[in-house]
Design a protein. Structure first.
Length: 225
């Protein structure tokens, strides 16, 4: 994925340069924006080729949340929020809006690059065949979900969580196992992050949401009933 294009949005020029330098070493193409308004303009002009966005939360003119909301109206491009805030509620709020990943400042540039690589690897397109799970049709190549023939819009994280559940059909999965496999690194937040995502997925699946069963004291299981 070294030909991927990443949009780096941060009002601090030194932070943008730090991130850019490390990503350039890996061969990524980099676009930059110094505030929210510029971020939207750059994104609109290059939306077809941007594979991931690193988006700061606190910025002038337009903050990261506002940028996120507008982009999510038309795109599922992976978005990683860069924030100095470590509050749990901020993270849960971000996931509700469609954030795919959180990285709190200060961070190790090498860790940031590793997470970027992991996300791009997961979203590069798994060429497995489309499968039907009791009326829930998942197309790994197009990363789409349909319920009874109707397409359901899901964020990257929601899709990956659902895919992980169906890939492990009839198996009780602990929250820790889900975090380690879906979030792809040791997540130090609260397990309510998973519960929040499950709630949204169930709602989007409608009557098929009952296939995701809560296992008390363990986690969740996907089982067609």
């Amino acid at each position: 994925m070294n030909n991927s294009t990443i949009l780096v949005v941060d009002d601090e020029s030194r932070m943008r340069k730090l991130i850019k330098d490390f990503l350039l070493q890996k061969g990524y193409n980099i676009l930059e924006a110094e505030d929210g308004e510029q971020a939207l303009k750059v994104y609109e002009e290059n939306s077809s080729k941007i594979n991931l966005i690193l988006l700061d939360v606190m910025m002038p003119k337009l903050d990261g949340w506002s940028v996120l909301r507008q982009i999510r109206q038309t795109s599922k491009v992976p978005i990683v929020m860069l924030t100095a805030r470590g509050e749990e509620q901020d993270e849960l709020f971000g996931f509700e809006l469609g954030v795919d990943e959180y990285i709190s400042k200060p961070f190790s540039p090498k860790i940031l690059v590793a997470r970027v690589e992991a996300i791009l690897k997961r979203t590069s397109g798994d060429k497995n065949e489309t499968k039907d799970y009791g009326g829930i049709v998942i197309d790994p190549e197009g990363r789409t979900v349909k319920v009874d023939g109707k397409q359901v819009d899901m964020s990257l994280r929601e899709y990956e969580l659902l895919k992980y559940l169906v890939d492990n059909e009839n198996i009780a999965l602990s929250r820790d196992k889900i975090l380690n496999n879906v979030w792809n690194y040791d997540y130090y937040g609260d397990s309510r992050t998973i519960d929040s995502h499950i709630k949204k997925i169930r709602h989007k699946l409608g009557k098929k949401g009952k296939y995701i069963e809560t296992m008390r004291g363990i986690g969740y299981k996907f089982e067609i009933k």
